[in-house]
Design a protein around this ligand. Structure first.
Ligand SMILES: CC(C)(COP(=O)(O)OP(=O)(O)OC[C@H]1O[C@@H](n2cnc3c(N)ncnc32)[C@H](O)[C@@H]1OP(=O)(O)O)[C@@H](O)C(=O)NCCC(=O)NCCS
Length: 165
């Protein structure tokens, strides 16, 4: 299976949006209630790029099958060496190594940008993502209990961290 990994282009917006909206409607991996519009998603992606943060996509057979990005963790200046990232793979393509390709690339890019640490904020129900991050050396550093409410239940946010040596 030949996966092409490359920087985001505007033409990828709809593919990314489809993955995001699927996860909003069917999972707790995103804490949004409502699906996003094309314009909303495009603005989010362009905001990252304008701040010199990467957005990368995985393409298979001309189709966006996954993407990854990072951006500010929090907005005060002293957080400038810390980023929060996310990686999403289309549901039909899970377990084929695409997430690993994307996260490995994000880690390389973060190191090149002289960042110091990456944070993933993962819903506690999403144990496959917790396991996935552990494979890259991320450690659980905190769990913010009942920080989300979706699908008529409380959700807990797991903070996982990788510090570059
Ligand atoms: C999490 C996600 C990005 C992983 O991508 P993927 O392409 O399915 O994963 P890959 O096939 O690249 O690799 C998964 C690795 O994690 C491991 N993994 C998956 N589930 C696991 C679990 N429950 N426990 C331990 N390890 C697990 C796999 O074993 C595999 O490692 P291996 O190849 O050494 O066996 C993908 O499942 C996804 O998009 N999920 C929904 C969105 C999401 O939760 N994103 C994360 C928010 S930051």
């Amino acid at each position: 299976m030949k996966i092409i990994q490359r920087p985001y282009q505007t033409k990828d917006t709809q593919g990314i949006l489809d993955i995001i909206n699927y996860n909003i409607l069917n999972s707790t991996s995103l804490y949004d209630y409502n699906t996003r519009s094309y314009e909303q998603q495009k603005t989010i992606l362009e905001d990252k790029i304008s701040k010199n943060f990467p957005v990368i996509v995985a393409e298979y057979d001309g189709k966006v099958v996954g993407f990854g990005m990072y951006g500010e963790f929090r907005f005060k200046e002293a957080y400038k060496f810390t980023v929060e990232h996310s990686v999403y793979v289309s549901n039909d393509y899970h377990g084929k190594g695409i997430g690993k390709l994307l996260l490995a690339e994000l880690i390389q890019l973060a190191k090149k940008q002289n960042l110091h640490t990456m944070i993933a904020v993962i819903d506690a129900e999403n144990q496959s993502s917790v396991g996935f991050h552990e494979k890259f050396g991320f450690k659980t550093v905190g769990i913010i209990k009942e920080s989300g409410y979706k699908f008529d239940r409380w959700l807990h946010s797991v903070f996982m961290q990788l510090i570059f040596e």
